[in-house]
Design a protein around this ligand. Structure first.
Ligand SMILES: Nc1ncnc2c1ncn2[C@@H]1O[C@H](COP(=O)(O)OP(=O)(O)OP(=O)(O)O)[C@@H](O)[C@H]1O
Length: 331
């Protein structure tokens, strides 16, 4: 996990319209009439009243990414467009196209950090179908995390393309913007970067506090509900401090924090690291369920535990060369 300071003038301070005021999201019991069909049928009983957190100069790159993509999303029609999809997710129905269509195509990505001579990644090429799980493994220092950062739009490849959905020309700068909107990333030990004192604040970090737009409110609540439902957090009180959760549930919450942004692709860096056997089994169970609705790329050394979920696998050789492996792996 890389920590970086915000550029001068934090995002929080530069967007006062987003971080002032209070957005009251209706509870299921109180305002059923405003809910879409999908939401009415949701089994979630959580009453969601969202308090927003006042901004400090945050220092984590993941925070910056969350803030950026949420605020952009909220101000764009994309948020509204996705409402039906979210409601479908909340209902447990499939919302996107069939499995087996490529979600992601990576073409000849090479990466040399600015100001250095050596390439960390060399001509990395692969694709991954929708709603499948791709596993990347390899020795420490081979370049796995660097590849995840490029896929998440956190670093710009020196050359090559990353594409979602249908084929088309994408230039590198628009590519980075697209990636940070479409991809969620759960870093190693994500619970270390929880920022707030309640689960609901963690999930709604950066959302507007004040809006009369009912449709937007519905959309945001639907997002929270779909994410909570997807990771099985619905029995946990939303005002609980995230740090009071068990280790396995902390990872669930970290997944939900990303799912709330409706990513097309979710990246996980060592999702089982540092967990006891019980929590590891718990996270594997959640990943199995998530895979039914979500495209996942997992970087992990825990091949045995994850193998039953893996659709495609690649080994990252030292020097940043990615080699596809036959699945199931011989572990
Ligand atoms: N900004 C950078 N400048 C120079 N070298 C870098 C930079 N970022 C990463 N590296 C180097 O690139 C190599 C790959 O790093 P990376 O973290 O991607 O490996 P990894 O396979 O994820 O390792 P691990 O499993 O230990 O996390 C390492 O040798 C690392 O020191």
């Amino acid at each position: 996990m890389i920590c970086q300071p915000f550029p001068s003038g934090s995002l929080a301070r530069s967007q006062p319209s987003i971080c002032t005021g209070f957005l009251s999201i209706p509870s299921l019991a109180d305002e059923r009439s405003v809910w879409s069909d999908g939401l009415k049928q949701s089994s979630l009983s959580a009453s969601i009243s969202v308090h927003y957190w006042h901004s400090e100069p945050y220092q984590l790159i993941s925070v910056k990414k969350r803030w950026k993509s949420l605020s952009k999303d909220i101000h764009s029609s994309g948020c509204i467009r996705q409402c039906g999809e979210v409601a479908a997710l909340a209902n447990g129905r499939s919302s996107t196209a069939d499995k087996h269509k490529d979600c992601l195509r990576v073409q000849e990505i090479s990466y040399r950090p600015p100001g250095t001579e050596a390439f960390i990644l060399k001509n990395v090429t692969f694709s991954l179908p929708e709603k499948s799980l791709g596993l990347i493994y390899g020795r420490s220092g081979s370049g796995k995390t660097t590849l995840l950062q490029i896929l998440a739009g956190l670093a710009m490849p020196t050359k090559g393309l990353v594409q979602f959905g249908k084929k088309g020309d994408v230039n590198i700068s628009s590519q980075q913007r697209t990636l940070s909107n479409k991809v969620g990333i759960v870093f190693q030990f994500p619970e270390r970067y929880f920022l707030t004192d309640s689960i609901i604040e963690e999930l709604t970090f950066g959302w507007p506090k004040n809006t009369n737009d009912l449709y937007l409110r519905e959309t945001l609540v639907a997002r929270v509900q779909a994410a909570i439902s997807a990771v099985g957090l619905y029995k946990v009180p939303m005002d609980l401090n995230p740090r009071a959760l068990s280790d396995g549930y902390k990872r669930r919450l970290a997944l939900a924090v990303q799912l709330v942004q409706m990513p097309d692709l979710l990246l996980l860096d060592e999702p089982l690291a540092g967990l006891d056997w019980n929590a590891r089994a718990d996270v594997v169970k959640v990943l199995r369920r998530l895979k039914q609705e979500q495209t996942l790329i997992v970087v992990s050394h825990d091949l045995k535990e994850l193998m039953q979920l893996v659709d495609k696998a690649w080994r990252m050789e030292m020097g940043g060369v990615l080699v596809e492996q036959k699945v199931p792996l011989d572990v």
